[in-house]
Design a protein around this ligand. Structure first.
Ligand code: DUC
Ligand code: ZN
Ligand code: ZN
Length: 484
């Protein structure tokens, strides 16, 4: 759908000669940018103040990482290693132009105060544009009737809830209340699906038996507990008749639950992350403590689980692919030294810069993973689901001029020293990939080019997100006069 607008004045930027990935396919086009927006896609030549020669390269919409943590307030006693400055720097060097991190409310806190503080941090430091998901850890009457409606109005239209973790987890009654609220407002609830009692009970039994090695993290965070929580969340979403997103799906059995729910016509969305496709529980089970670099929740499952994850991604059951970048330094992850019990290892792994290259490279070996599928699950679908489309997530006239230019033939061996996060390791150290983003453009500004960062911290803008769904003020169907 190339379109053009007459260029009576020079464009601010022209991107010429590249293979441009548009919603209806990839083709050579020249792109003209004015005032930070795409105003021309089609034939050249274009007169512009600055031109980028993209011959031999792929021009993709800038990646949208819809699940990442940065500048997060202390949790388990620590703040994330990345703040908005280093987190968004790492993101942009990995081909992203939009991030959606989390403003996290814990029990006893005001959500409004958490979000105000988060705005303050982000506006001074972000290199690229950002929106916020809201973690609701304390759904009080005030939060539900005052704070949340105002925050939604201001553009925070997605809410994450936890079914586990002290200080964050909601009980079943609170979950139903939040889902009913989301139906009423037309916002999306993201669910961390793990069964709290399963984790606690298994952990207690393991500790009684002094089974504290890293591999028991995977036992404690069982696949069955994840499946139960996912099924419960799906059931509650069905009861209330509102969409949910099961985030960081780690296991084939959860993929099966989501697939079954979707086949019944429910709007249940699924997200997975690189750690569930490219890492496995075997990577945690090391003779030394280095396996802690792969510890996150839910954990990567056994390598035999990976094909089911790929199937879920390729058949559309899992509709988005995010990093769940949760950066901690290795020394902090194993603060108790070589005998740190699994219960004390900080959960979460870095991955905001490697998310896109890992998946891009997999296009060589996964036949169903086409370039348009890659762009959809990493960029377009998250922009749509979180109310940012078509401003973000697509190359189209009128959209923000956000691009990642890829050299599809560049061979790279991932080393932590080449990454831009403030973390001392990557779980993907030594992984070889083919294809790398060589230039990132945000709202028409070249912010990264072949290893050189030309961005300034603080240039990123807050993105108010639209409500992804129409608000439904009617009561849940189950409350209809005639029982169904
Ligand atoms: N949940 C997340 O979404 N990210 C990191 C850790 C966690 O439990
Ligand atoms: Zn989570
Ligand atoms: Zn997360």
């Amino acid at each position: 759908m190339p379109t053009s607008s007459p260029a009576d004045t020079p464009y601010d930027l022209a991107i010429t000669g590249g293979s441009v990935v548009l919603p209806d396919g990839t083709a050579p086009h020249d792109i003209g940018v004015r005032d930070g927006l795409i105003v021309h896609i089609g034939a050249g030549p274009l007169v512009a103040r600055r031109s980028v020669d993209a011959r031999g390269k792929l021009v993709l919409p800038g990646g949208v990482d819809a699940h990442c943590h940065m500048d997060q307030q202390p949790w388990e006693g620590r703040s994330t290693a990345d703040d908005f400055r280093s987190g968004t720097l790492s993101a942009l060097c990995g081909g992203n132009t939009t991030v959606l991190p989390f403003a996290m409310q814990m029990r006893g806190q005001s959500l409004r105060a958490v979000v105000d503080d988060y705005h303050e941090r982000a506006s001074r430091k972000a290199h690229i544009d950002y929106g916020f998901h809201l973690i609701v850890g304390d759904p009080t009457h005030d939060v539900i009737t005052q704070e949340l409606p105002e925050l939604i109005e201001s553009g925070c239209t997605s809410i994450k809830i936890f079914l586990t973790y002290e200080g964050l987890k909601l009980d079943d009654y609170e979950i139903l209340t939040m889902l009913d609220f989301a139906r009423h407002e037309g916002v999306l609830v993201m669910v961390h699906a793990e069964n709290e009692a399963c984790i606690r009970w298994l952990t207690d039994r393991l500790l009684e038996r002094r089974q504290t090695a890293l591999r028991y993290h995977v036992t404690a965070h069982s696949e069955i507990g994840e499946r139960e929580a996912a099924y419960r969340a799906i059931s509650f979403a069905e009861l209330i008749d509102t969409p949910i997103m099961i985030v960081h799906v780690s296991s084939g059995s959860v993929v099966d639950e989501i697939r079954r729910a979707q086949a019944r016509g429910l709007r249940i969305f699924g997200e997975t992350c690189p750690q569930y496709l490219f890492l496995a529980s075997e990577d945690i089970d090391t003779v030394d403590m280095s396996g802690a670099k792969c510890v996150c929740t839910p954990p990567p499952r056994g390598r035999a689980n990976q094909p089911a994850m790929w199937r879920g991604l390729l058949d559309g059951t899992l509709g988005i692919f995010s990093s769940d970048h949760s950066p901690w330094n290795y020394a902090d992850k194993i603060a108790g030294g070589p005998d740190t019990p699994f219960t004390d290892v900080l959960n979460g792994i870095p991955g905001i810069e490697t998310r896109l290259p890992l998946l891009f490279s997999a296009m060589q070996t996964k036949p169903g993973l086409t370039l348009s599928k890659f762009v959809d699950i990493t960029t377009t679908a998250p922009a749509k689901l979180y109310g940012l489309y078509p401003r973000k997530g697509v190359i189209a006239v009128g959209s923000d001029a956000d691009f990642a230019i890829w050299d599809a033939d560049r061979n790279v061996t991932i080393r932590n020293e080449m990454l831009h996060h403030a973390v001392d390791h990557t779980p993907y150290e030594g992984t070889r990939v083919r294809g790398w983003p060589v230039m990132t453009i945000s709202r028409g500004e070249v912010i990264y080019q072949d290893g050189e960062v030309t961005s300034n911290a603080g240039r990123g803008l807050f993105l108010p997100c639209e409500r992804p769904f129409a608000p439904r003020r009617s009561p849940a169907p189950v409350l209809a006069e005639r029982p169904r």
